[in-house]
Write a protein that binds this ligand. Sequence first.
Ligand SMILES: [Zn+2]
Length: 445
Amino acid sequence: MGEILIRGAEVVVTMDGTRRELKGADLLLRDGQIAAVGPGLESTGEVVEAKGCVVTPGLVNTHHHLYQTLTRAVPGGQDALLFGWLQTLYPIWAKMGPEEIRVSAQVGLAELALTGCTTSSDHLYMYPNGARLEDTIHAAAELGLRFHPTRGAMSIGESDGGLPPDSLVEREDAILNDCIRVVDAFHDAGEGSMCRVGIAPCSPFSVSRELMRDAALLARDKGVMLHTHLAENDEDISYSLEQFGCRPGQYAEDLGWTGEDVWHAHCVKLDAGEIDLFARTKTGVAHCPCSNCRLGSGIAPVRQMRDAGVKVALGVDGSASNDAGSLIGEARMAMLLQRVQNGADAMAAREALEIATLGGAQVLGRPDCGVLAPGKRADVAIWDVSGLEAAGAWDPVAALVLCGTPKVKHLFVEGRQVVRDGQVVTIDLPRVIETQNRLAAKLMG
Ligand SMILES: [Zn+2]
């Protein structure tokens, strides 16, 4: 791979140790890495003009259910609370198969790419009609995003007193065997890895205590990360107290679900003791502000978590509970919600941007990403701030979060261009959207 010189940016936001912002700087990409950052760089390779643009590290999405892009704005789920919402959607999801999983993943990932995301995780916890985790892995590879798919699972179906229909749950031995299969086949632990697989039972109330414990043992044995939903809303806490006799943090700790190789989605209802537990154990949090609003779950105590030293990242969450997938939009919402809860000085635009980039890389265990500095991976978002959304803005960096939700002009992942002049260039996106709409129509019928 040759060199790419990103030249003459209005400002380069490095997210390095001192959070330097370099005015009028260039960025040189070589062999998938950042070779240099600073003014007056030269190259004989391709030149990308960045005049009027803010350059940031690529954003990192730490929670999604990509298949749900096929069930956005479903009438019965628009205003339902979590359990009713799930019961409306489960029968629709049960009709999906490999094509639905692959196409919906491309749609969700393309949407992320256009809103600045270079690395995304996904939480796929049902495998109907022959669907497999690799349906999403192939989709991400084609598009060119760095991908952290997690092998999710549900094992307690309706006939065992659970919520999902029996057709969407799996036997626990089969779940563990498939976790081993996908880790062995697709997980790359190396620096610059484009695919890292995690293990991710759907939630403490959709699998047994034994599976939670065995999943943690397996993940440690394989050296992969653990992910699930935790403490999402009040019902979640009540369920934990009634069924397990303890709060979610205690349950997680007892079963091996804390540590720097674990990240939990939502954590809206963590109490002070749990925040302390997460900080002490370096357990990460995927904060999903729009989804929490959409389902009326509440405002996660992000200010308190950050002050205590908890690693916090952003997630758009699945498109059945957002239903948008704008990652820069989540940064804006995270900032606004902390201000609703704690006052106007509770979170600056720059802190929201840091959570969206560096924060995500830290939660996913990627010291090679999230920073624009020599030796880091060449994951770069280039935002045009000369247009309508930021017209008249005095501070182009803060404008990314404070002004109207922007889309990227260019996006590079591992030095490869995924978005050029606002268009995805790695896949035929109009055709993918057409297929997606055909598949959605079939699910409606
Ligand atoms: Zn979720």
